[in-house]
Design a binder for this molecule. Sequence first.
Ligand code: PRX
Length: 535
Amino acid sequence: MENFNIAYHCTTKQCQAGLGDKVAMRWISSTFERRDYTFGEMDQLSNRFANVLQTLGVQAGQVIFTFLPKTPEQFTAFLGSLKAECITGTLFSNFGDDALLDRLGASEAQLVVTRKSLYRKIARIRDQLPALRTVILTDVAEDLSADVLSWERLMETASDEFAIPVTAPDTPSVLHYTSGSTGKPKGVLHCHRSILQQSRTAREVLGLQANDLFWCTADQGWVTGTSYGIIGPWSLGVTQLHIGGGYSPQQWFELLQNERITVWYTAPTALRMLMREDQMAYSEFDLTHLRSIFSVGEPLNPEVIVWGRDTLQKEIYDTWFQTETGAIMIANRPGIPIRPGSMGTPLPGIEPGILADDGASLPNGEHGNLCVRAGWDSMFRTYLNNDSAYASKFRDGWYYTGDMAWRDNDGYYWFLGRSDDVINTSGHLVSPFEVESALLELPEIAESGVIGAPDDLLFEKVVAFVNFHPGTEFTPELDLKIRLHIANRLSSVAIPQEVVPVETVPKNKSGKIMRRVLKARYLGLDTGDISTLED
Ligand code: PRX
């Protein structure tokens, strides 16, 4: 392959292969307006945006972000930016001020594409973002100022021809921030070579073929939304459905039926929510054209697989990957019997290992660190501006994923949990550290400790333990204030489902919050060794 440019493969190459008039994206807005975009149109629109970036002086290798809900511009901006060889990040549209500042600041982003209503959040922090030169708003007809510009105006005058550079495989491409258990979120940087694994897995796991209509429900703010809501399917010339609205059981099933979706990629929380919709008469929907359902992001319980078989007469295939792996590494897939509760088997060319903390390889059946032999095509290239954190994830040629797992005698991998305190709530990783820090911004709170506790629907829920300053009464108003504060500073996914007042937050002698102790107390379990607890 000569040109590795992801956007070239997703648009121009499809046109060259004669698919210019084929629908690339069937777009259904939140008000049910429907519009089909052909590969030819996606090519031209993303060319225009690549030209806009060049006109504005944005250089290859500089960072630009979209900060958008699902809208057609999300896709054309993403592809256009990759055509111009910019490092292209996507920000979840629910992010609050701190979440934005961390990401836009640390990456020294030059440009953001957003909407007027969301721009308010950026305007509040803009004086702390010296590198941010330009903001483009997709829903204003005229420029608001010299550096807050109208997408419409810029795109109207831009040429729809763009000479995509011959992009080398190691050229940086997509940037997604991910939360750890300590410190600020880290910018996972991928390169254009990742398309090899994204394309391969779209074909070999999702089984996508020329006549498919594929629907990936993930938001483009997360890796599933870019690897499989953009890159994998379009690199194969497959039509995708994208919708502007959120979760809606009735609408989703009407779409599956009426649009004749053939392959559907979604998440366990959504499937569990659908399973609970007891007023839904699933048998009334004709899903004969739906070949398979895939799931990612959190453990898929066996009950959901049984529900899929009994109620929908469909198999639901679990897949495992991470922001850092860029594409699916381990999966259940058609042709290989599903073991309900297991993540499946590794893909050809991918070598997972179960390793002890000292790096020793563990035999089948034993619990250990889930690792992947370094060097797969969609492997992240660094944590942006944090090479030491990147290096710390690798040892003896193995990448340590942060997950704990075991392998059975037939090579199936079974997820056990995280090796760190990162919370996985409805498939979104939330950093307890970030929530703890945001809570301390409130004048009422003296100390805070945050954990993930098991939850039937969300897999894990965020539980915040807070020590209030003397004289503070924990009223329903304060409870609401805390939740709103987290939504405004971080994101709706980080909102504590429970706020528990405590006298003190347990810390070790060096002042580190002992989340393990909080979790054990919350769950009524033995708190284990607490000899390091401060007096
Ligand atoms: O803990 C694993 C969990 O989600 C983490 C990756 O999260 P993120 O980087 O946000 O990417 C999510 C979308 C790929 C993993 O380290 N996870 C992902 N898939 C599964 C899973 N846990 C259990 N089963 C899965 N299938």
